[in-house]
Ligand binder design. Sequence first.
Ligand code: AMP
Ligand code: GLY
Length: 424
Amino acid sequence: MNILLLGNGGREHAIAWKIADSQRLTKLWIAPGNAGTEAFGENIAGLAIEDPVAVLRAATDLAIDLVIIGPEKPLSTGVADRLREEGFLVFGANAGPAEIETSKAFANDLMNKYGIDTADSKLFDSYEEAKAYVRELDGPCVVKANGLAAGKGVTVCDSPAEALQAIDESMQLRHFGTAGDRIVIEERMYGWETSAHAFTDGITVRHMPFSCDHKPVFDQNIGPNTGGMGVYSPSPQLEPKIQEIIETQITETLVKALGAEDRLYQGVIYPGIMLTDSGPRVVEVNARFGDPETEVLLPRLKTSLLDIAVGVATSTLKDVEIEWSNQSTVGVMLTSEGYPGHYEVGHRIYGLEDIDSNIQVFVSGANRDTNGHMVTNGGRVLCVTGSANSLEDARALVYENIERITFEGVHFRKDIGRIVAKPD
Ligand code: AMP
Ligand code: GLY
């Protein structure tokens, strides 16, 4: 099969790496791809992956059999819809069902309607009304840009003063562009977080193992939220009965609810869950694989990802048996100094040739200079991933290898996979 994969992050490097082991693969194209994906196929630099017409043209010209959509943006612009209309197989949700991620207001309304437990929330168009509401709440809350803000539109606030500042940044200073013109103000929840990924063709749901991302930039969850600084899977702190509640009462209910609303969901659905004292509650729902979650989930996947993607795209997921390894996997992000704020790019990366052969280094934001050397090209640069029989052993393996990699301004968290007694 000829496959076109859209995206350019560590997630897409991991998908390309995993797709490449399939017997059914003839050729893989990655648009735009990065310095990691090029080892598994041909990168296409110039394709406007958020433009449905451009993607359709490329899929036609390249005689593509299946398109895999990595990030949320092309989902939101209807790339999957357009391709499906023309008869292409697509692994990725249409724009309607993808609103579960792209509109926080839609997601909250749907969850309330179908009895899925999530934070109480209110949507605001008016700056003055939002500020008045926060003053009235007079306690902790969470301020979220309603639209897509590349993982940065959320501010978890301890006090009304912080919330007022977050409202200013979103609605007045417009740090998130139009995505922040409407905001959602939510009840703040407390507890462990876990990512509950599943494959679905809209009828059958196949759950993936649970994983845990670490969003704040510094150790002990200090500092601003990022796209994700590191991750581990499985989540040993999750009791089996809680896992079952999440799988049935949250993920499967979401898929059924979207179907009932005429928004058949085909792709990966990934609710982010908070394990609170009153049980699991939804923080947000994503319409795609998480990044960096993908970088630890796919190394644990024993089944061909291409077989699963075809099962999703042809509504035959019920016929695909999916197997996972029992190993623990840890992924640690190496980032550029300053991220998630301003950072420099173009710094040469050293030491990749010294990495153990059982370690995967997934490229998030790096490309090649004119001499072919890998150089930094993003806030999140590399995800170093390793597996072992225990979380502690996987951690040790990954951190030992990270010491061999360096670039100017490299930063990483030292506590990925170290499970503390109770989160703050
Ligand atoms: P999101 O982009 O919605 O996943 O939010 C990013 C991060 O903000 C989450 O992973 C949580 O750590 C935090 N967060 C979002 N919503 C809430 C909430 N209602 N209560 C507590 N923390 C939250
Ligand atoms: N791991 C966070 C995200 O992909 O949204």
